[in-house]
Design a protein around this ligand. Structure first.
Ligand SMILES: NC(=O)c1ccc[n+]([C@@H]2O[C@H](COP(=O)([O-])OP(=O)(O)OC[C@H]3O[C@@H](n4cnc5c(N)ncnc54)[C@H](OP(=O)(O)O)[C@@H]3O)[C@@H](O)[C@H]2O)c1
Length: 368
């Protein structure tokens, strides 16, 4: 039996009030401040994971009770001991690899200091986040009747850790790609690297709103704290994969545009008849976020190493984790938006609203 742990944190008020309803009566800011001093705790025991190779894994969710605001506002030197304490709890439970959830890998140095302080390998899960965002975006585009090889794509945050690897891979599958960020010099350097390796036209832009205007596929993965894409910016039938946290796409797009498909990224089905996460983190049963899936895949593969740490993610890492996901029976199985699953019928309706013809086959982005 392989063993892993995944350290996560509450994202919103309901993550506290679900367990302690009385906290609804107290201003959320007070709750956040009080809980940031509470030590990490084991949330659940994860059982029933079984790869199609026969390998089995069990794990634990461990919570650091800090919200995104607290994590972003607290100096990293004060956050780090909490994450390391959670990591030590994971080690005591027998975990041989530890994944970092949500903002725990955004603050500080993307897991490097956490890994240094522990004797167990740590992964951020960002390689599979990138791979599954691409798979999710291209699958969603195909469901919307968009042929990738004829499509115009835009990557917002293209020079970032996740954005640049997404742009490198996506450029091989579309007709045109626009790379967006604020720093033009870095954009042009990336354009120079990508252009020789693709037949797609590669453009750069520092204006995200105009850069998405004629895009069929948008991957939004910038670290901007303000919304960058508004409802009027998008063409009918566009697919937008908003990986960024906080989101780059205004929630008004979802409210006002019934002809645009906005997704959070791919939802991953975890293999095993009796998978039980022991905790409701808002996903359908047996499904998880890609960063959780990356941690489990590495355990099943006995790859007890710091697979994804820091800011550099290579195409090879994304290809490898996606190949291992396929080997162990993990797959992108639907879409989510604002923490809710999007039913197939809704995707169909959005496609019809956009006046697009029927679904097409998605391109094969990664070889199995
Ligand atoms: N959903 C998930 O599971 C998940 C997992 C990991 C990370 N994330 C999120 O993904 C995002 C990117 O993470 P990362 O680690 O790749 O970040 P990163 O390496 O810091 O890259 C950020 C990118 O955004 C660009 N950018 C920042 N502000 C911008 C603006 N106002 N307009 C246009 N571009 C802007 C940066 O370039 P310039 O500075 O030149 O503008 C850079 O290209 C973050 O929001 C993070 O929270 C989500």
């Amino acid at each position: 039996m392989e063993r892993f742990a995944f350290i996560l944190h509450p994202l919103r008020q309901s993550d506290f009030t679900r367990k302690y309803p009385i906290l609804k009566a107290i201003p959320f800011r007070w709750v956040e401040e009080a809980f940031k001093h509470v030590p990490p705790r084991v949330l659940s025991h994860i059982t029933g994971i079984e790869s199609q190779t026969g390998a089995q894994a069990e794990g634990w969710f461990i919570a650091v009770p800090m919200t995104p605001r607290v994590l972003l506002e607290t100096p990293f030197e004060k956050v780090l001991p909490q994450i390391v304490q959670a990591g030590r709890m994971a080690e005591e439970l027998g975990a041989r690899i530890i994944g970092l959830g949500a903002f725990l890998k955004v603050v500080g140095d993307r897991g490097v200091s956490v890994a240094r302080a522990l004797s167990t390998p740590v992964t951020t899960g960002n390689s599979y986040t990138a791979g599954s965002a691409l798979q999710g975006a291209l699958l969603a585009a195909a469901r919307m009747g968009i042929r990738a090889e004829e499509a115009k794509a835009t990557v917002i945050g293209a020079t970032g850790a996740i954005g640049s690897v997404c742009a490198r891979i996506l450029a091989k599958h579309v007709a045109e790609i626009t790379l967006v960020a604020r720093n033009r010099e870095r954009l042009e350097a990336l354009q120079e690297q990508i252009a020789p390796a693709t037949s797609a036209e590669v453009r750069v832009s520092t204006d995200s709103r105009t850069a998405v205007r004629d895009a069929d596929i948008v991957i939004a993965v910038s670290s901007a704290t303000d919304v960058l894409v508004e409802p009027e910016d998008l063409r009918p039938g566009a697919v937008v994969c908003d990986v960024a946290r906080p989101r780059n796409v205004s929630s008004a797009v979802y409210e006002k545009r019934n002809d645009v498909l906005v997704i959070d990224g791919g939802v991953i089905r975890v293999p095993g008849e009796n998978v039980d996460f022991g905790f409701n983190f808002g996903f359908p049963p047996k499904h998880a976020e890609a960063c959780i899936a990356e941690t489990i895949i590495l355990a099943l593969e006995r790859r007890y190493e710091c697979f994804t740490l820091g800011a550099d993610i290579s195409v090879q890492q994304v290809e490898e984790i996606t190949r291992l996901a396929h080997k162990h029976g993990f797959e992108v199985a639907g879409f989510r938006r604002f923490e809710r699953a999007i039913p197939d019928e809704e995707v169909e309706q959005i496609r019809r609203n956009a006046g697009r013809a029927g679904a097409v086959e998605p391109p094969k982005v990664f070889t199995g």
